[in-house]
Design a protein around this ligand. Structure first.
Ligand SMILES: Cc1cc2nc3c(=O)[nH]c(=O)nc-3n(C[C@H](O)[C@H](O)[C@H](O)COP(=O)(O)OP(=O)(O)OC[C@H]3O[C@@H](n4cnc5c(N)ncnc54)[C@H](O)[C@@H]3O)c2cc1C
Length: 118
């Protein structure tokens, strides 16, 4: 630096490179550490722009029963895409809960039929 002007950068263990401007790519990191106890962990983004939480197209994570949506799963998403993915993931979660309830009710029904010999 010379005053408030960039003069160059000193490379680690190397020479100083004269520069007028320096562009730094920002990295983003999915804040999933709070869910590490569930087995969730971030993966490196294929484009090298940070870490994100991998899901399938429905928002299902690698942990059964845990879904995610929005920027944590899609770093390029803005408000509309984040909200749209969350709305679809909510539908999938609802379907999953309904299927689980139906399977439970069906099992109870079959058991009651077996007990009565019907
Ligand atoms: C500076 C900036 C400008 C932007 N401008 C635009 C724009 O003009 N138009 C546009 O469409 N998009 C814009 N975006 C992108 C947009 O803000 C995001 O895409 C959108 O908010 C993603 O929504 P989300 O619900 O996935 O995540 P977020 O909105 O980030 O919501 C995640 C929430 O989770 C909370 N949280 C995180 N960790 C924890 C935890 N451990 N426990 C409890 N809560 C937690 C956070 O506090 C946050 O409230 C901008 C983003 C930034 C950073």
């Amino acid at each position: 630096m010379e005053g408030d002007a960039l003069r160059g950068v000193a490379l680690a263990g190397g020479p100083e490179v004269a520069l007028d401007a320096l562009v730094v790519g920002a990295r983003t990191s999915a804040r999933v550490h709070a869910f590490a106890g569930l087995g969730l962990s971030p993966s490196p983004h294929p484009m090298g722009i940070g870490d994100y939480l991998e899901t399938d197209a429905d928002g299902a994570t690698a942990v059964p029963g845990v879904w995610a949506a929005g920027n944590v799963t899609d770093m390029k998403a803005q408000v509309l895409a984040s909200a749209a993915s969350a709305a679809w993931t909510a539908v999938v979660i609802n379907n999953h809960l309904m299927a689980e309830e139906m399977e439970r009710d069906l099992a109870a029904y079959r058991e009651s039929q077996a007990l009565t010999g019907a």
